[in-house]
Design a protein around this ligand. Structure first.
Ligand code: PEP
Ligand code: MG
Length: 555
């Protein structure tokens, strides 16, 4: 069986498949909700319908016996008796996840007690229940083997940051997910771990557990039970290419010496070693929310201080850009209660959350102020207006943090970069969210992943606007979104006037080699050619014509 998805983290990974099934904790007994009962019922019904739809769709894809089973499961999810029970429990004051839990568990136990065919369906009911609850909670919590017999290829519908944060490179040789796009957190974490990954891969969760799988994170090919000789050939070619790339060392620069500092994206002190080993010149994005994803309590100032200090120590003389907590939407933090919103990505997230919880902000900025030195820069996520930039800069400077920046992640910020730059020392473009908001396409949704192609000319235009605004006032404008990790696009970004590039450490070697193989003029020409095109595919092809060194490097 061969599957095809979007390759988001390069390299070849192979091993037995581990297919992640959903397992969620029991919602607290007596959990209640705030707001209207009707709204809560609506939430539950939407989740039930969505789970039923997904099961059915997976059945259609799988065909055969699996189709029948999945369709039967889909029917169970919308069983009228269960639906009435869930509604009644919500009317009695129970929150939707608890109501679903109680209604389904009761029916499951009745089925289990009846034995035979019906008894076997009890497990299905438990599975549906967990899927619905996971959906209501906004994420699935996987049960991964803590000590696998051998490293495995992790196959899942999708992976939330909290899931992947617990994974170790020793155990996982590749990721394959059905959902997720190039900027989803599965992709980001895979790159951070240096593990090959393919996302938006239809049919992935239909891969039988335990069979050998080979994942090509460059082409997006996923081969189930490949011939041994094919695995050996693919691994050999990838190793040879890696050796060529590793021969390029030193600070990032074009062939004619135009410096483009190459920095690392990190999410924990553990990532720092990989960043140093890969020759990063500093940290361009410290995703501090990743430090605290699994916390029920806000982290103490001391704990934070130590984490930031470790980054500064890893790069003496270099710069470290720490992003303040980017909570909400795709990165929910347990200790910051998320509002119930119909569209969390458009709601109180990023800087907006920070404004709402001043005590959390004070603790973080206070911890940063304690370690502040020459290399420390602080920036805020999800800034949309000059007023927000001014507010953040004031808060930082009052605490003694002098070098302040903002991320450009929403089109409004790119369009008015000039106004933002008047308030801060630098900007850094987050192309992942900038794509999400420019194209109105959820970055976590596989179905819209083509809109997240970072070669989309409209995205390049927004980057160009911000870079030009920064150049006019002589301030830095970096890129720290996943776009920077593509060696061809990195050249184009440099050509657009971006002053530094920050990426997962595993991407640094290829980007360094790609830049060093071209002059700034070639990069500018490639950027102009890309922007002149009407589509992402055309932009990519047009740029490559002017970047002949990439082919020679096997990139
Ligand atoms: C981005 O949005 O491009 C970015 C770098 O931030 P994150 O991926 O953490 O949202
Ligand atoms: Mg972002």
């Amino acid at each position: 069986m061969n599957l095809r998805g979007v390759g988001v983290s390069p390299g070849i990974g192979h091993g037995p498949s581990y297919v992640l099934t959903v397992s969620v904790p029991e919602p607290p007994e007596g959990a209640t909700y705030t707001g209207e009962a009707e709204q809560e019922k609506e939430r539950a019904m939407t989740a039930l319908t969505r789970v039923a739809g997904e099961l059915e769709a997976r059945g259609n894809q799988a065909g055969g016996e699996a189709e029948e089973i999945l369709k039967a499961q889909a029917l169970m999810a919308e069983d009228p008796g269960l639906v009435v029970k869930v509604r009644t429990l919500i009317d009695r004051g129970l929150a939707a996840p608890r109501a679903v839990f109680e209604a389904f568990t009761k029916y499951r136990d009745v089925l289990a007690g009846s034995g035979g065919y019906l008894g076997e369906r009890a497990a299905d009911l438990g599975d549906i229940r967990d899927r619905v609850i996971a959906l209501l909670y906004g994420q699935a919590i996987p049960a991964l083997p803590s000590r696998p017999a051998e490293p495995y290829v992790l196959v899942a519908r999708d992976l939330a940051p909290a899931d992947t944060a617990l994974l170790s490179r020793e155990h996982v040789v590749a990721f394959v997910t059905e959902e997720g796009g190039p900027t989803s957190h599965t992709a980001i974490m895979a790159r951070a771990m240096g593990v090959p990954a393919v996302v938006a891969c239809p049919g992935a969760t239909g891969i039988p557990p335990g069979v050998q799988v080979m994942v090509d994170g460059t082409s997006g090919d996923v081969r189930v039970e490949p011939a041994e000789s094919d695995v050996a050939d693919a691994v050999g070619a990838a190793t040879a290419r890696q050796a060529v790339l590793a021969s390029w060392t030193g600070p990032g620069a074009t062939a004619d010496g135009h410096p483009v500092p190459l920095l690392a994206n990190v999410g924990s002190p553990a990532d720092l070693d990989a960043a140093v080993a890969a020759g990063a010149e500093g940290v361009g994005l410290y995703r501090t929310e990743f430090l605290f994803l699994d916390r029920a309590e806000p982290p103490s100032a001391e704990e934070q201080r130590q984490a930031y200090d470790a980054a500064l120590e890893a790069f003496p003389g270099g710069k470290v850009v720490v992003r303040t907590l980017d909570a909400g939407a795709d990165k929910p933090l347990a200790f910051l209660p998320a509002p119930t919103e119909p569209n969390p990505a458009l709601g109180e997230r990023g800087l907006r959350t920070f404004r709402k919880f001043p005590e959390v902000m004070d603790a973080q900025l206070g911890a940063l102020a304690e370690v502040a030195g020459a290399g420390l820069q602080v920036m805020a996520p999800m800034v949309a207006t000059a007023e927000e930039a001014a507010w953040f800069a004031r808060e930082c400077r009052e605490k003694g943090l002098a070098d302040v920046g903002v991320m450009i992640e929403v089109p409004a910020a790119a369009l008015r970069a000039r106004d933002l730059l008047a308030r801060v020392n630098f900007v850094s473009i987050g192309t992942n969210d900038l794509s999400q908001y420019a194209f109105g396409a959820d970055r976590q949704l596989g179905a819209v992943s083509t809109l997240h192609d970072p070669w989309q000319p409209a995205l390049l235009d927004l980057v160009a606007m911000a870079a030009q605004a920064a150049a006019r006032v002589g301030k830095p404008c970096g890129v720290c979104g996943e776009a920077a990790a593509d060696p061809a696009l990195a050249c184009v970004l440099a050509g657009l006037g971006v002053t530094s590039l920050s990426m997962a450490p595993s991407a640094l070697a290829a980007v360094r080699a790609g830049l060093a193989a071209h002059t700034l003029e070639q990069c500018r020409t490639a950027a102009g050619a890309a922007r002149a095109q009407p589509s992402a595919a055309d932009a990519r092809a047009a740029a490559r014509v002017h970047l002949p060194g990439l082919g020679r490097l096997g990139l």
